[in-house]
Design a protein around this ligand. Structure first.
Ligand SMILES: CCCC(=O)SCCNC(=O)CCNC(=O)[C@H](O)C(C)(C)COP(=O)(O)OP(=O)(O)OC[C@H]1O[C@@H](n2cnc3c(N)ncnc32)[C@H](O)[C@@H]1OP(=O)(O)O
Ligand SMILES: Nc1ncnc2c1ncn2[C@@H]1O[C@H](COP(=O)(O)OP(=O)(O)OP(=O)(O)O)[C@@H](O)[C@H]1O
Ligand SMILES: O=C(O)CCC(=O)C(=O)O
Ligand SMILES: [Fe+2]
Ligand SMILES: [Mg+2]
Length: 336
């Protein structure tokens, strides 16, 4: 996979040194040696004119970058209206997966309640899919994965008020677990808060720097109150690892690496906590066979759901499910 050559990287660093010497000096003074700095610069980010050296270094070191106030209130209000039309079944979107919280889906007492905890795969809804093509978002995405951009996975998450069993939590996980494509550093998620998200309503929680590790084994957490379908978690992550709660305001957007360990807490408020997200991959990524890897368990579950929903058998592969959903949003679709 193309990465900037050391000489090119060095040139950029020198340019940046000229332009931003104050910032560079301040973080050089902090701790990292200059050589470590040069070595790591450019593994997770690409040369670009948008990110400041500080922002690049932050992503390199932490595996995420939070950009405040990126998506406009007008856009978010439109996404919200479209989501409500979907909930009210005023429109039907081909391929859309509508998910209810397990506490509601499995309850005998409220069979009629249709509270939607998430819609997934909205690539055929032009209004929601506008999110994935917003130039403001793509400009940042390009810094991480380059100019050929595929929108691979789309979600609008409507974390419900917890029904009392803590099922509104999302266990700590790495998104790469779900993806049979590589290379890992040419995948990035954009996640935008559609309203204030904080610890009360279940903001994202991340383990900074965990993107430098490898893909961990994932499975269902052993939670008494139950766990949502496909919400696998990392089996044992270091409980001593620092955790950061990403409290965000409407329109704030976090970009994060697919190996970053993250999750979200219980929603202890009466409101539905909304966020919209898209996972992007470079158009020159390639598919892998997950047979014999830790991803075999999710492949099996995905194939079972596809089989039940579409009445097909083994002829539809894990790769097919991604190839069908992926949409080019910029540049060229080369090998995806
Ligand atoms: C980077 C990516 C990270 C991630 O994507 S993490 C999360 C991944 N999650 C997903 O992909 C969402 C998957 N969900 C779905 O596909 C659907 O919601 C799901 C679970 C198949 C249910 O959809 P439908 O078939 O339309 O629903 P249904 O009411 O007919 O129920 C069928 C059976 O499923 C059960 N169910 C529904 N929602 C559930 C939930 N949230 N958790 C656990 N089980 C659930 C439901 O009880 C029913 O089971 P049974 O057949 O009665 O035993
Ligand atoms: N079927 C549904 N499942 C899940 N959430 C839904 C559904 N229909 C609407 N919502 C969302 O649930 C929340 C409460 O719905 P309600 O109809 O009370 O909206 P509202 O009162 O107009 O909005 P707000 O709660 O922001 O004042 C809203 O955030 C709405 O987007
Ligand atoms: O919005 C959230 O709670 C996090 C969702 C998430 O990480 C995911 O679906 O992969
Ligand atoms: Fe995730
Ligand atoms: Mg209301």
């Amino acid at each position: 996979q193309k990465m900037s050559r050391p000489s090119a990287r060095l040139r950029v660093i020198i340019n940046h040194l000229d332009r931003h010497s104050a910032g560079i000096v301040s973080f050089l003074n902090r701790k990292a040696s200059f050589f470590i700095f040069i070595f790591q610069f450019g593994r997770y980010t690409l040369d670009n004119d948008l990110l400041t050296p500080e922002q690049r270094l932050f992503y390199e070191e932490n595996g995420f970058l939070l950009i405040r106030n990126l998506v406009s209130t007008q856009d978010i209000d439109r996404f919200r209206k479209e989501f409500e039309r979907i909930c009210r079944q005023q429109i039907k979107v081909p391929g859309l997966v509508v998910m209810r919280d397990v506490a509601i889906a499995k309850s005998e007492f409220v069979p009629d309640q249709r509270a939607v905890s998430k819609v997934q795969d909205f690539q055929e809804d032009p209004e929601l899919f506008r999110y994935c093509s917003l130039p403001k978002i793509l400009k940042y995405v390009e810094c991480f994965i380059g100019p050929n951009i595929m929108a691979m996975h789309t979600m609008l998450i409507n974390k419900p008020p917890d029904a009392g069993k803590k099922t509104s939590r999302h266990p700590m996980h790495q998104d790469l677990h779900y993806f049979p494509f590589r290379p890992v550093d040419r995948i990035v998620c954009a996640w935008t808060a559609m309203e204030t998200v904080n610890r009360q309503n279940g903001c994202l929680v991340v383990l900074p720097g965990s993107h430098k590790g490898t893909l961990q084994e994932h499975d269902y957490p052993e939670w008494e109150g139950g766990v949502n379908k496909m919400y696998h978690g990392v089996r044992d992550y270091d409980p001593e690892h620092p955790r950061v709660h990403l409290e965000m305001e409407k329109g704030d957007t976090v970009f994060f690496h697919p190996l970053l360990i993250h999750g979200s807490g219980m929603n202890q408020t009466p409101g539905f906590r909304k966020a919209i997200s898209c996972h992007y991959a470079s158009g020159d990524c390639y598919y892998i066979d997950v047979k014999g890897t830790t991803q075999e368990n999710i492949e099996k579950e995905v194939k079972e759901i596809v089989a039940r929903r579409h009445g097909v058998g083994d002829e539809v592969t894990f790769k097919d499910t991604w190839e069908i959903r992926g949409r080019l949003v910029q540049g060229e679709r080369i090998s995806m």
